[in-house]
Design a binder for this molecule. Structure first.
Ligand SMILES: NC(=O)c1ccc[n+]([C@@H]2O[C@H](COP(=O)([O-])OP(=O)(O)OC[C@H]3O[C@@H](n4cnc5c(N)ncnc54)[C@H](OP(=O)(O)O)[C@@H]3O)[C@@H](O)[C@H]2O)c1
Length: 302
C-alpha cells in the first residue's frame, strides 16, 4: 500500500533551526520534504530537492509554493541579527514582515498551514517570562518586525501555528556561532569573557524546539505556542553552567550588565517564555540544560 506523505516545505533550511528541522524530518517516512533558502544550495547533503528562494521576493515565494504544493510551510527564515535590524530597517521589514505576507498569500492559494517562528523579543522584558496571551510591547526594531509578522498571520485567513521561542542553542554546520560555542571557544583559548547578569531567559535547545514543532503539527494544532527550555536563568548563570559541563575555567567569566555593552538595539531584560501550554497540550518535554550541554559536548567531540 502506498503511504500518502505529508508535504512539508522548510524555508530557511540553512539556519540553526532550519538544519535541525531537516535532520528530523528527513528521518520521517511519512513526510516528503522540499527545502528552500536564500543561499545557492543546502549546506547539508544533496539528497533533497532545493530551491533558492529570497522570501522578500513575492515571485520566488509564489513559484516554490506552486511548484511543490505543500501541506505545511515551516518558516525558519528571518533576518535574525537584532542589532542589524535596528540599522537596516527596510531590509528587516522586507524579510521579516513582507516575506511572511508572501508566504501567507501562497498558503491561501494551496491551502497550506503556515508554521511561523516568533520570539520573546516581541515583549518589553519588564516582567517575563511571558504567557502566550501576554501583551506584546517590542522595544527593538527586530521585535517590531516579528510582532508585525504575527499580526499579518493572525489576520491572514489561513490555518497557522505561531511558535515563540528564545535563546536558541545547538551545533550545526556553517551557522553563526551560538552562545554555547562562543563561551566554549573563548574559555578553551584562555580568553576572558563578559556576560550579562541582567538578561533572563529559558534557553532552548534546537532539538527540543524541533520536537515541540513536530508535536504541534502532528496533533494538528493551530494558534500560538511557546516552546522554550526548562530552566529560567540569567545569561551569566547559563555561561557558568556551560563552563561547568565542559570543565572550563569559570574564573574567566566576568559579570557585566546590558547597559555597559552599548548595543544598537535594546534587549528585553526579564524575557523568556512560560511553556506550560505546550507541556499540557502537546506533551512537550524539553531536556534540562545539563542534558543538552552533555549532548553538545559529545557532538563537538570534547
Ligand atoms: N536564534 C534565536 O535565539 C531565536 C530566538 C527566538 C526566535 N527565533 C526565530 O527562530 C527562527 C529561526 O532562527 P535561527 O536562529 O535558526 O536563524 P538563523 O540561524 O539566522 O537562520 C535564518 C536563515 O534564514 C536565511 N534567510 C535570511 N534572509 C532570508 C531571505 N530573505 N530569504 C530566505 N532565507 C533567508 C538566513 O540566511 P543567511 O544566514 O544567509 O542570512 C539563514 O539561513 C527565526 O524566525 C528567528 O526569528 C530565533
Amino acid at each position: 500500500m502506498n503511504l500518502i506523505k505529508t508535504r512539508i516545505l522548510i524555508i530557511g533550511c540553512n539556519g540553526l533551526l532550519g538544519q535541525a528541522l531537516v535532520n528530523y524530518y528527513s528521518k520521517r517516512k511519512d513526510v516528503e520534504l522540499h527545502l528552500a533558502s536564500i543561499e545557492d544550495s543546502f549546506v547539508g547533503n544533496n539528497q533533497f530537492t532545493y530551491s533558492k528562494v529570497d522570501i522578500s521576493k513575492r515571485s520566488d515565494v509564489k513559484n516554490v509554493i506552486l511548484d511543490f504544493f505543500p501541506d505545511y510551510i515551516i518558516n525558519a527564515a528571518a533576518y535574525t541579527d537584532v542589532d542589524g535590524c535596528e540599522v537596516n530597517r527596510e531590509l528587516a521589514w522586507n524579510i521579516n514582515v513582507n516575506g511572511v505576507k508572501y508566504l501567507i498569500e501562497g498558503c491561501r492559494i494551496v491551502d497550506a498551514q503556515l508554521i511561523h517562528m516568533s520570539t520573546d523579543f516581541i515583549f518589553d522584558g519588564q516582567n517575563g517570562p511571558y504567557h502566550e496571551d501576554s501583551k506584546p510591547n517590542p522595544i527593538s526594531y527586530y521585535g517590531r518586525t516579528k510582532f508585525a509578522s504575527e499580526n499579518e498571520i493572525k489576520i491572514g485567513g489561513i490555518p497557522y501555528l505561531i511558535i515563540r521561542t528564545n535563546v536558541l542553542y545547538g551545533v550545526l554546520k556553517g551557522i553563526k556561532k551560538d552562545f554555547v560555542e562562543w563561551v566554549v571557544e573563548n574559555l578553551t583559548a584562555g580568553k576572558e569573557i563578559n556576560v550579562v547578569t541582567d538578561q533572563w531567559n529559558n534557553p532552548t535547545y534546537v532539538e527540543d524546539l524541533v520536537n515541540g514543532i513536530s508535536l504541534a503539527i502532528d496533533k494538528k494544532k493551530t494558534g500560538i505556542y511557546n516552546i522554550g527550555g526548562l530552566e529560567y536563568l540569567s545569561r551569566y548563570d547559563f555561561a557558568m553552567k556551560i563552563a561547568e559541563i565542559f570543565r572550563l575555567n569559570k574564573n574567566l567569566i566576568n559579570q557585566t550588565t546590558t547597559d555597559r555593552l552599548n548595543q544598537k538595539a535594546k534587549r528585553p531584560l526579564r524575557g523568556g517564555l512560560i511553556i506550560l501550554k505546550a507541556q499540557a497540550e502537546l506533551g512537550y518535554k524539553p531536556h534540562t540544560i545539563e542534558e543538552n550541554l552533555i549532548d553538545i559536548k559529545k557532538k563537538l567531540g570534547k
